[in-house]
Ligand binder design. Structure first.
Ligand SMILES: NC(=O)C1=CN([C@@H]2O[C@H](COP(=O)(O)OP(=O)(O)OC[C@H]3O[C@@H](n4cnc5c(N)ncnc54)[C@H](OP(=O)(O)O)[C@@H]3O)[C@@H](O)[C@H]2O)C=CC1
Ligand SMILES: O=C([O-])CC(=O)C(=O)O
Length: 446
């Protein structure tokens, strides 16, 4: 039976040959979908989930039964349908069902951007949430990117990910963030030539204020939010302040890329593989004032200073290399880190959903609310965290400070506080007064 016959409505994807594929490897299929003006839901709902291996095996079956519509779905009641993710299908893999988890809803903004182009495929593959975790991707774009988003959805279709059960695209965060359990907020306006940082803070701040409100209204009450779009600390604060019904602890600004960069540089200098480097904290802002902490970091379980005796290198070269790594990469590549950022988002999520190895920690920009380090309260600041794998985290108590570390942290803290004053109108804290330190820069600007 042809897909178009099942859906009964014209669709963007119904004429594409990809449908034949599903006729090969799914023995009992029914096709349903929705297409709203700016919100397109492409869903593939499992009645009987299958494993990767199973999917591949089924792909090679040449003679399969025609798709059969499920009694519970009434295609006539569905809005316009398209795409392979519209499928509702029924696979009898009884034994496997028990080991599959409940669908997880993951929203991604800036979904047609460069970082997302790497990240979405990692999410869909099971690399992030695991091989037994079906996933729904909710992709947020804009009028600008709606066509591109359809292209992203098509590529996801063509990747045949067994775990990917739903893909929806849209430009209204109130629709896209519905029931989101993870919100990966990547989309943000890049700073253009001649643009004041205060203007960037305001433009992007408005995006994150709106998205915070939307999360507050429609997302899961325990949604975990990872803000990537720059300036990510301040954007995360704005988002959090506009989502008062979601725990402040659930908001993160991504500084994991900086941690990974720091680990790489320490490994290089020490002549060890980077898995030997642990306990690396990035303190502060995701900017050139960030503080890669070599005082508490370890190499092969030893304090870094016992392995790398060149203190001048640690204080100057290492610190600056990490702070400006993004900018050097932009000079080489002509665009900012995308693949390694996606990898670091994966790392950041995994750090929250798997127990932190004994004695180690990870960095994340989190809300300072009763922090044990004397960092100013009521800001988003990168600090060392541990998780027991339930999506939550605790700050690490047992860390050392010396004058160098302390003074650098204070500089980054001053910058975050200045950024915060620039966006007071967006956090509900009065009138904005923007007086930023002159050297305030994103890692990519130098
Ligand atoms: N925290 C970190 O470690 C890192 C953060 N970043 C930051 O991540 C963000 C995304 O980077 P990347 O994916 O490479 O960027 P891209 O330029 O490829 O994508 C950014 C997306 O942002 C969206 N966007 C939202 N508002 C605007 C606007 N006003 N003007 C233009 N685009 C807008 C666009 O999507 P749409 O049109 O759909 O809205 C666009 O697709 C940037 O802010 C970057 O600085 C980058 C690297 C590391
Ligand atoms: O400044 C940018 O857009 C890139 C960035 O954050 C980084 O590379 O760390």
């Amino acid at each position: 039976m042809a897909v178009a016959e099942l859906t009964g409505t014209p669709s963007l994807y119904t004429t594409r040959t990809t449908h034949h594929r599903y006729q090969y490897y799914s023995s009992q299929l029914s096709y349903v979908s929705t297409r709203l003006s700016n919100y397109r839901r492409i869903s593939l709902r499992p009645h009987y989930p299958r494993t990767n291996q199973n999917a591949r095996t089924r792909c090679s079956v040449k003679e399969a039964e025609a798709p059969v519509a499920l009694q519970t779905e009434d295609p006539k009641k569905k809005p316009e349908c398209y795409g392979v993710f519209c499928l509702t299908y029924d696979l009898k893999a009884e034994d496997e069902i028990k080991s599959w988890k409940k669908l997880v809803n993951v929203a991604v903004s800036g979904a047609a951007g460069m970082i997302s182009n790497h990240l979405l495929f990692k999410l869909a593959s099971g690399e992030v949430f695991g091989p037994d975790q079906p996933i729904a991707l909710k992709l947020l774009g804009s009028e600008r990117s709606l066509q591109a988003l359809e292209g992203v959805a098509m590529e996801l279709e063509d990747s045949l990910y067994p775990l990917l059960r739903e893909v929806s695209i849209g430009i209204d965060p109130y629709e896209v963030f519905q029931d989101a359990e993870w919100a990966l907020l990547i989309g943000a306006k890049p700073r253009g030539p001649g643009m004041e940082r205060a203007d960037l803070l305001d433009i992007n701040g408005q995006i994150f204020a709106e998205q915070g409100k939307a999360l507050n209204a429609v997302a899961s009450r325990n949604v975990k939010v990872v803000v990537v779009g720059n300036p990510c600390n301040t954007n995360a604060l704005i988002c959090m302040k506009n989502a008062p019904d979601i725990p402040a602890k659930n908001f993160h600004a991504l500084t994991r890329l900086d941690e990974n960069r720091a680990k790489c540089q320490l490994a290089l200098k020490a002549g060890v593989f980077y898995d030997k480097v642990s306990n690396v904290t990035i303190w502060g802002n995701h900017s050139t004032t960030q503080v890669p902490d070599f005082l508490n970091a370890r190499i092969n379980g030893l304090p870094v200073k016992e392995v790398i005796k060149d203190i001048k290198w640690l204080e100057q070269e290492f610190t600056e290399k990490v702070q400006k790594r993004g900018g050097v990469l932009i000079q080489k590549w002509g665009r900012s880190s995308a693949a390694s950022t996606a990898v670091s988002i994966v790392d950041a999520i995994k750090s929250l959903i798997t127990p932190t190895p004994e004695g180690d920690w990870f960095s994340s920009g989190v809300y300072t609310n009763g922090n044990p380090y004397g960092v100013a309260e009521n800001i988003v600041f990168s600090m060392p965290c541990r998780s027991n794998g339930d999506g939550d985290y605790e700050l690490v108590k047992d860390v050392n400070f010396d004058d160098f570390l302390h003074s650098r942290i204070k500089k980054s803290e001053a910058e975050v506080l200045a950024e915060k004053r620039c966006v007071a109108h967006l956090t509900g804290e009065g009138i904005a007064v923007c007086d930023l330190p002159e050297d305030t820069m994103l890692p990519g600007e130098m």
